[in-house]
Design a protein around this ligand. Structure first.
Ligand code: MRU
Length: 341
């Protein structure tokens, strides 16, 4: 990709500030756990896999800032940082997954001094990032055969390179199809209230030379009715053992439309997005966000004073509406999902 979503220098987590895209390509440097917490919370870095990778590096920063006098002190600081970071966005399971993995490395090590422990943690965080990159490539390769040459694909939100350390999940499939010489056209839902589709997906696809058209979320039905969509591909924030999928609010609407019009609906996600603890979608915690995102977009008030707002960040698409889940380990089919094999 022409851009780097995140980069760790050893003492600083440098994030491409996604709240500023596409107007400016600006970076935010995080040197503390609190910096990373606020960057995730405010969507400077976003998308389930990228959040997980960022959290891994935040745990390195936690260890670097810990009281080094005892091993117990460092472990306590890591646990505290982990709880704090987990609380910033509850739906994407990659966040807790990465933090738990970092804490397990610290717990399982015999390292007694700070320097040794920090090195171990940095190695683990870099491994999480590298694995994410590999998973994206594999998702692309596994999904590519599903996409015919000349296909028009609808996507929702941003599940591209900006949402991962690699080439993305849903968009990885599109990039892989393009790399195979297929001509692909993309419709990107604008994705209210924060416009990840209009601001991020359109920007990212344009960088890669893929034809993209942005539409208001509520225009999707008319596209399906006109027979203009060959497939839908979206990402996921959490997948439960039965194959239910939490993703950006509005994903469920698209899935219902796809079923109504006989269009395949694919979800692309890495293993780190599968929650082996949860049986089905109603158990997934859904993040509720500030009313201002809906009624004060860009700082401009668009609803009467005192208007009540419903602003969930995610919804759940039941497995029965999903044609297949494209993972780095292969394809699973909606309605017959029983977790990792
Ligand atoms: O609120 P966001 O922008 O973090 O939501 C992101 C999504 O819903 C993505 O589709 C999902 O995280 C998958 S990213 C590969």
């Amino acid at each position: 990709m022409r851009f780097r979503t995140l980069e760790f220098t050893g003492s600083t987590l440098r994030l491409l500030d996604q709240t500023k895209l596409p107007r400016t390509e600006q970076f935010l440097d995080c040197t503390t756990v609190s910096d990373v917490f606020h960057a995730i919370r405010s969507l400077v870095v976003r998308g389930a896999p990228a959040i997980g990778v960022a959290a891994g590096y935040a745990m390195v920063l936690a260890a670097q800032g810990a009281d080094c006098r005892s091993r117990a002190g460092i472990l306590a600081a890591l646990n505290q940082a982990g709880d704090y970071l987990k609380s910033c966005r509850p739906t994407a399971v990659n966040l807790a997954w990465a933090i738990d993995r970092m804490i397990a490395v610290a717990n399982n090590s015999t390292a007694n001094n700070c320097g040794e422990l920090v090195t171990l943690l940095e190695t683990e965080a870099r491994a999480i990032e590298a694995e994410d990159r590999t998973m994206c490539e594999k998702i692309g390769a596994n999904g590519e055969p599903l996409i015919p040459d000349g296909a028009t694909i609808l996507t929702h939100c941003n599940a591209g390179a900006l949402a991962t350390a690699g080439i993305g999940t849903a968009l990885a499939v599109i990039y892989a199809a393009q790399a195979h010489g297929k001509k692909i056209r993309v419709y990107a839902d604008e994705t209210r209230p924060l416009w990840q589709g209009a601001r991020l997906t359109a920007w990212e696809l344009q960088q890669e030379g893929i034809e993209v058209t942005v539409l208001c979320d509520n225009a999707a039905g008319s596209l399906f009715a006109a027979g203009k969509i060959d497939a839908v591909i979206v990402g996921a924030d959490r997948i439960t053992k039965n194959g239910d999928v939490a993703n950006k609010i509005g994903t469920y609407n698209v899935a219902v439309l796809a079923e109504k019009h006989g269009v395949p609906f694919y979800v692309a996600a890495p293993q780190s997005t599968i929650d082996q603890q949860l049986i089905s979608g109603e158990q997934i915690p859904i993040e509720m966000r500030a009313p201002e995102e809906v009624i004060k977009p860009g700082g401009v008030i668009i609803a009467a004073e005192g208007t009540r707002v419903y602003n969930p960040a995610f919804d759940v698409t039941p497995n029965a509406l999903i044609t297949a889940i494209i993972t780095d380990e292969g394809l699973w089919h909606g309605g017959r999902w029983d977790g990792r094999t």
